[in-house]
Design a protein around this ligand. Sequence first.
Ligand code: E4P
Length: 227
Amino acid sequence: MLYIIDDADIEKIRECVEFYPVDGVTTNPTIISKQHTDFSSLIRSIREIIGKERMLHIQTTSDTAEEIIKEAYALKEFVGGEFYIKIPISPEGLKATMYLSKNGINVTSTAIFTQQQALIAAKAGASFVAPYVNRLDNIASDGVKVVEEVVELFKLHNISAKVLAASFKTVEQIHKISLTGCHSITINPELYEKLIYHPLTLYAIDDFEKDWETVYGTNSILGLLNN
Ligand code: E4P
């Protein structure tokens, strides 16, 4: 499963890449706007931190196929590396998706809320489809169920597009999504930290350190390796 960071905070991305396995970064206009900073230097810095091999998904802000296509080419040129243009699903978005996917630009179809939206986006040529788990849960729908069925439908119809589950608020949602066989998730850095947190793990590490130091008087093995 791919773990992608859904944030545009440079310091948080830097920390995540240093301490956690990270397969890429996703952004959207809301995430970028929160940084209140120059757009081009922000995405240039993100690319610099994550390198050319990790995926960078940047969302279009246009709503006509013609403008989306122009933005996609301009962004691909500017951002370089493994680039995906995120396009919210709509008739204009699908028109752009069909064109771009045939012309060598990777598309992530986003703002997906239903199984049929996901199927159609994949048929239009999207490489990833991004269903919004928590936003579905918030309207008393079932985000996990939607993702589960999209994963099943893609298998059933032999579709090569991948599911990039998005919009998470809890570790429980992530755990249930991983059980569906979903290919990838995008989460914010705070949630990534929570995925490895457990108080019993902290107690265990503390006990190991105390026991070792009681006998060897150091917390390192290195000074103890005598021939
Ligand atoms: C990612 O592609 C989405 O834009 C994002 O996960 C939406 O998350 P939110 O529902 O927390 O805003």
